[in-house]
Design a protein around this ligand. Structure first.
Ligand code: ADP
Length: 503
């Protein structure tokens, strides 16, 4: 029976897989040379033996409970992996494809066996690699999430730091304000007697506490000459961009008490920005004039302009607006913040206006003129001395309000005090204040609201409203402007600055 089924042709024997045939009872009828070689058996040794003997116990069980029923019902079983026993007893994992065929009245099972070890190893390696890739991807995702969390924490910390610094500076300014005013009163009263030295020491230490770090080397500076010099310095930049620069200067000198180097830095920054943020061939107007005790410089361009929303933040450090970013020429957004710092140290102010993108910008710089200068002399009142005015002083800090009132009275002003917003509103209609100096943090409602309500009263329609507050950031100034304040002073109040505002 076995002889009839022996296949010896080359193709069968040398196939790249094991081939064999069994009868329905598992008797091996034929097997090729490849299978004999894999199992470590002499050629033909398998023929006549039972499949049963090639299978370890677990494979046997699997074969009879899974493969045989499938062969009976479907005539085939595919992709079955079992172990075969080799001659020495070791196991050879193989993958089976089985087919049952009828041969006359017999059923013959045809087996194709593929070595599974190599494929296994390959699959395992593949699995390991894909697990490693998944792991790396997960780790990267984790790192991204951590980075995101750290970024969020940093932004929150930065915001908290800003808020902390603003609060700290507010808390420091508040007690310093009455001390400054009280000291100014003492200086006026006892500045020339034997206490002058003690008062001088007190004054210097208080100034040290309140001054910004930048030191100015002050001397009389003619702004007209300074602006002429700055325009001359910037001429090559203007020419390179084919800008037309129109310069209007007064005939008489406009003298301020200032640091010429720092002030030139400010003017050059304004001219440089006008040149940078104006497309080639633009028009830049530079105009200097004396204006109510101030030297007023206007730098107007017909360039890219500034969106309304950015006007309030443009003087903050590191502000660079998106439309102008490619024109910034390596700028860092520091120039205007520095300019404002310098100008404020001089007791002046710097303002920006623009009708919006594409409609140009105008920067206005105002610096107090020193007494004796041509335009200052035009002022009717004695130089540096405010006219007698009715001043309403509103501050919930009683010490701060009283010392401020004393100082104003030394200037010849008539004062009235209120410590709440409601109190101020009650006093204003009879008092008809010409100036109202308002603290912002009041117990009933804040100074912004009070400013709005005072403006609504007939008695205060033309009152000069001055915010006197410990909050000195740009957004606080903007809030004050929005509420209708004419000026914003940070505490402790610079007496010279106040004196000029009262003129
Ligand atoms: P920068 O070095 O970036 O010029 P600045 O502090 O001088 O820094 O200016 C801050 C930003 O204000 C600029 O980046 C620009 O977006 C805007 N800016 C300043 N001047 C002008 C101007 N004349 N026209 C339009 N935008 C301006």
């Amino acid at each position: 029976m076995t002889a009839a089924l022996t296949a010896t042709d080359l193709f069968f024997d040398q196939a790249a897989c094991g081939l064999m045939a069994t009868d329905a009872h598992g008797m091996i009828l034929t097997a090729n040379a490849s299978l004999h070689a894999w199992l470590g058996m002499a050629p033909g040794a398998l023929v006549g033996t039972r499949l049963h003997d090639l299978l370890p116990a677990s494979a046997r069980l699997f074969h009879y409970t899974c493969c045989v029923p499938r062969l009976q019902s479907e005539g085939a079983a595919h992709d079955i992996q079992i172990d075969l026993l080799m001659a020495g007893g070791a196991r050879l994992p193989v993958l089976l494809q089985l087919m049952r065929q009828r041969d006359g009245d017999r059923e013959i099972d045809h087996w194709a066996l593929f070595r599974a070890g190599g494929r296994h190893a390959y699959e395992n390696a593949l699995l390991c690699k894909s697990e490693a890739a998944d792991g790396a991807q997960n780790a990267q995702r984790q790192r991204d999430l951590q980075l995101q969390a750290v970024n969020t924490q940093l932004s929150a910390a930065d915001l908290r730091k800003d808020e902390f610094l603003a609060t700290l500076s507010h808390e420091l300014r508040n007690p310093l304000a009455p001390m400054r005013s009280a000291l100014d009163v003492l200086k006026i009263k006892h500045g020339n007697d034997e206490d002058a030295r003690v008062i001088g020491a007190f004054d210097r230490q208080l100034r040290h506490l309140t001054q910004n770090r930048m030191q100015l080397r002050r001397a009389p500076v003619d702004m007209a000459a300074l602006v002429r010099g700055a325009v001359h310095d910037m001429a090559p930049m203007m020419t390179a961009a084919r800008h037309t620069l129109r310069l209007a200067l007064p005939d008489a000198p406009l003298t301020v008490d200032g640091d010429a180097t720092r002030l030139a830095q400010v003017v050059i920054n304004l001219l440089g920005n006008a040149a940078k943020y104006t497309p080639d061939g633009g028009l830049i107007n530079v105009e200097l004039a004396g204006q109510a005790g101030h030297a007023e410089l206007r730098v107007r361009d017909n360039g890219i302009g500034i969106p309304a929303a950015a006007l309030g933040t443009i003087f903050q450090l590191f502000t660079q607006l998106e439309p102008g970013r490619e024109r910034a020429c390596g700028g860092l957004g520091i120039g205007l913040a520095l300019a404002r710092g310098i100008v404020e140290l001089h007791g002046g102010e710097i303002l920006v206006e623009s009708d919006g993108p594409g409609r140009g910008s105008q920067f206005t710089l105002r610096l107090p003129l020193i007494a004796g200068c041509a335009v200052a002399e035009e002022i009717a009142t004695a130089p540096g001395q405010p006219a007698p005015l009715r001043v309403l002083v509103v501050d919930d800090n009683v010490d701060a309000a009283e010392t401020m009132a004393t100082m104003l009275e030394l200037f010849g002003c008539t004062t009235l005090l209120a410590h709440t917003a409601a109190g101020a509103l009650a006093l204003a209609p009879d008092f008809l204040p010409e100036v109202a100096l308002l603290d912002i943090g009041l117990p009933d409602f804040n100074g912004y609201e009070l400013a709005r309500r005072l403006r609504g009263l007939d008695a205060c329609a033309s009152t000069k409203l001055i915010a006197a507050t410990g909050w000195g950031q740009e957004r606080d100034r903007q809030l004050a402007r929005d509420a209708g304040f004419d000026h914003h002073l940070t505490k402790p109040i610079d007496i010279e600055r106040l004196r000029l505002l009262l003129q």
